[in-house]
Ligand binder design. Structure first.
Ligand code: ADP
Ligand code: MG
Length: 274
């Protein structure tokens, strides 16, 4: 049985496993907020993920590195429901089985993803982009009489401050720099109050200053959200890293602090192709 987004909006959904999914009910008391165990994905016989197990704690900022083709994007595809694994389990908290849910239901439950290419609306102002993200989330976009409440206005202002774009609130998004557009897109995700944010290569194409600002932004979000960042720029990873996971050939090669993984002979071998 698959749980669809609409089911989550109605109050309760019973999974095939017997677990109960209730919107907003996420049980992290006994462990990680997100985990996968023994997940394998094959494309035409090639194992993009090979018995991958991964545990992300609540509020954690986790960096994932690994050479091209290691399976980083496929891992995100599995978590967000875009790709179904051949084997393994993927859980959100202790009780929510993500393999029983479709892509919109997973997003609705609080796992959202930032793709590389920003998809902000250039013709709308920065404020309106955030407003739109709020409406889309609450399903009220089609409401003719939708007006922002004072509380919603405050939320948009908070997010504007977080992403450093207060001064641009009334400007069209089209005039923003590449880096500012990336922050706006992160802001649009924040409007949806995600519990888990998956961020794939956030600094591609950014200036040095924008990279530094992005590091500060991601660091400011840890604790409030659980964040998984995939990035291959080592200097950037070092600037934000707490725990780093190295993927290789679809599985975890090693995990630890940046110093630990960078000095691990297996990691050096993989990156230098020894
Ligand atoms: N839809 C797909 N069809 C066939 N092969 C794929 C598909 N998606 C990914 N792969 C392959 O799986 C491997 C892992 O890819 P990916 O997850 O994109 O790695 P990474 O993001 O770490 O660079 C690569 O060898 C890639 O070519
Ligand atoms: Mg990738």
């Amino acid at each position: 049985m698959t749980v669809f987004a609409d089911d989550l909006l109605s109050e309760k959904t019973k999974l095939a496993s017997g677990a109960l999914v209730v919107e907003g009910e996420l049980d992290t008391r006994h462990g990680p907020i997100l985990y996968m165990e023994d997940v394998s994905v094959s494309f035409d016989g090639f194992k993009a993920l090979n018995n991958l197990s991964l545990y992300i704690n609540e509020g954690e900022l986790r960096c994932m590195i690994g050479p091209n083709g290691a399976g980083k994007t496929t891992m995100m595809d599995v978590i967000t429901g875009k790709t179904r694994p051949d084997t393994g389990s993927v859980f959100f908290g202790q009780t929510i089985d993500l393999l029983q849910m479709d892509e919109p239901a997973i997003a609705q439950a609080g796992i959202c993803r930032k793709f590389q290419k920003p998809s902000v609306f250039d013709a709308l102002t920065v404020f309106e982009n955030l407003e739109l993200a709020l409406k889309t989330n609450k399903g009220t976009w089609h409401s003719l009489f939708f007006r922002l409440t004072a509380e919603q206005n405050d939320r948009i202002d908070d997010v504007l401050a977080t992403i450093g774009l207060i001064d641009y609130a009334r400007q069209r998004a089209g005039i923003l720099s590449h880096g500012q557009k990336q922050w706006l897109e992160i802001g649009m995700l924040l409007m949806q109050e995600p519990k888990v944010m998956l961020v794939d290569e956030p600094i591609a194409g950014m200036t040095h200053q924008e990279v530094e600002r992005t590091a500060e932004l991601l660091l400011s979000l840890q604790g409030k959200h659980s964040i998984v960042v995939v990035e291959h720029d080592m200097e950037f990873v070092r600037s934000i890293a707490r725990k780093v996971t190295v993927l290789h050939e679809g599985a975890v090669l090693t995990e630890g602090s940046m110093d630990e993984v960078q000095n691990d002979p297996r990691v050096i071998q993989v990156y230098l192709g020894g």
